[in-house]
Design a protein around this ligand. Structure first.
Ligand code: ADP
Ligand code: MG
Length: 239
């Protein structure tokens, strides 16, 4: 079977600090994978390698069967959403959504179609003429998700997209991301240090410690059959 994303023996060092070590991970098409672990365990580094924002030290990354290890980020068929929204402050929401598509020289009617669809899915149509400064944190994060959505990609990468939001918004957007996945059925790789997010969103959770995946399993198994004390402690299994 061809996987949506395959990571083969991936290592990454910053200088002589080993941040990821011989990591392997196969992700099925349409799967929602959560990378869970404490701050500093290498989650963002792994996501950035998949996105092509960091060069790997060793190993390979395949997306839809194609070796993309040395491909440019824009050629990998991925969309990424960061914790900080990274919107263009001087542009309206509509422009923020369409900017990448215009740069890629998509036809105008196709750009409009995609922006309209993303705005509808994320319920941000009333905000299209506003600028980021006029939006709440939750609205900004919707726009950031929309910017990944318009690219029409197979794989979404999320790096702690809800960490800057308050508890109520966080749970609202969590439900929305779940709904988005059910509707689009694309592959999602979602980084968080929040156990609740992991348990509610994931098809499978990869629990990381010091750049190594400790356990990869569905939430029920992780919670009820943690492979070691670290996993049990981090996920909060009953002891
Ligand atoms: P996480 O996202 O799980 O919090 P990161 O992937 O950001 O962790 O970081 C993993 C480790 O790599 C940390 O020890 C961090 O200090 C280190 N690190 C991250 N980026 C760099 C960098 N550009 N240069 C040197 N060390 C880095
Ligand atoms: Mg991080």
């Amino acid at each position: 079977m061809q996987h949506s994303v395959s990571i083969r023996d991936l290592s990454l060092n910053f200088g002589h600090v080993k941040v990821l070590e011989h990591l392997n991970l196969d992700i099925a098409e349409g799967e929602f994978i959560v990378l869970l672990g404490p701050s500093g365990c290498g989650k963002s580094t792994l996501l950035n390698c998949i996105a092509g924002l960091l060069d790997v030290s060793d190993g390979q990354i395949f997306i839809n069967g194609k070796n993309v290890t040395w491909e440019e980020p824009k050629d990998r068929g991925i969309g990424m959403v960061f914790q900080s929204y990274a919107l263009y402050p001087q542009m309206t929401v509509e422009r923020n959504l369409s900017f990448g598509l215009r740069v890629a020289r998509l036809p105008k009617d196709e750009v409009e179609r995609r922006v309209k669809r993303a705005a509808e899915i994320l319920q941000i149509e009333p905000l299209l003429k506003r600028k980021p400064v006029e939006l709440s944190g939750g609205q900004r994060q919707r726009v950031a998700i929309g910017r990944a959505l318009v690219r029409d990609v197979d794989v979404f990468l999320f790096d702690e997209p809800l960490s800057n939001l308050d508890a109520k918004l966080r749970s609202d957007l969590r439900v929305e991301i779940k709904r988005l996945h059910q509707r689009l059925k694309n592959t999602m790789i979602y980084v968080t240090h929040d156990q609740i997010e992991a348990l509610t969103l994931a098809d499978r959770i990869a629990i990381m410690k010091n750049g190594v995946i400790q356990q990869l399993a569905d939430p029920h198994t992780i919670y009820n059959k943690p492979v070691n004390l670290y996993v049990a402690g981090f996920i909060g299994s009953p002891t």
